[in-house]
Design a protein around this ligand. Sequence first.
Ligand SMILES: NC(=O)c1ccc[n+]([C@@H]2O[C@H](COP(=O)([O-])OP(=O)(O)OC[C@H]3O[C@@H](n4cnc5c(N)ncnc54)[C@H](O)[C@@H]3O)[C@@H](O)[C@H]2O)c1
Length: 252
Amino acid sequence: MVADEMSGAPVVLITGAAAGIGLAVAIHLANHGYRIVAVDIDRPALDAAFARFHDRAVLRVVADIASAEGAERAVEAGVEHFGSLHALVNNAALHGKAWGGPCLDYSPEEWMKLFSVNVFAIVALAKAALPALARSAGVVLNMSSMVGYGHGHSSPYAVSKAAVNGLTMSLSQELGRHGVRVVGLAPGFINTPLVASGLDAAARERLMSLQAIKETGTPEDIAGIIAFLISPAARLITGATLLADLGITRRP
Ligand SMILES: NC(=O)c1ccc[n+]([C@@H]2O[C@H](COP(=O)([O-])OP(=O)(O)OC[C@H]3O[C@@H](n4cnc5c(N)ncnc54)[C@H](O)[C@@H]3O)[C@@H](O)[C@H]2O)c1
């Protein structure tokens, strides 16, 4: 553990921290005094994203969380470096081919690859992190999606997000015995570079027309909601997944 002015600041491990929403969450929390364990499989992106941060503020860990060994190593590296862990943000996910695609088009191997990252990694990371989270009365936050509620999107990705919602409910009971909360967050369309490059103007307009509130969600919006959900202000929330989709799943 490092002894300096930051010791005592809460520690948050974020998977998929090198890009998109995970990167925005890591930067937001680092700027608000949290110490960050930034985990990603993409070393160059991770290094580029956090070059300006000292490792007393942001520890970069290159790991493939699709394997239980990689997930365990990521948690161990963070806990060893900072000496504690207060929140685990399970953000990394694979979207699947061509932005989803029919379930019947996926081979068993493709299903397994997607579920290894989107679902099984959450189990491995939660298991590895539980002792440290129990010591800090910590939080697990699982990233879901509006498509996990059947938003007109049939794909293994959507199925995996429905499974994430189920995991959030089940793990809240198991980890609750150790004083650890488990919460889910289900964003709608969020304007990350990857999503922005994959949607043409017509597709964006159609999505916007389905929303109750005609705004564009940003990764920074999601970072702010996560900061609330992992904070003591949300201490009554566990086992629930919060929709942050501008009303898209509630449309008539
Ligand atoms: N962007 C959206 O509009 C949107 C909407 C709803 C939900 N979400 C959810 O938010 C989360 C982040 O989405 P995003 O669009 O920012 O994703 P992204 O694809 O931009 O980033 C995902 C990151 O995860 C990393 N990653 C992938 N596999 C990994 C592995 N095996 N081990 C370690 N790291 C790995 C990637 O390298 C990448 O940096 C996901 O859970 C996604 O399902 C996103």
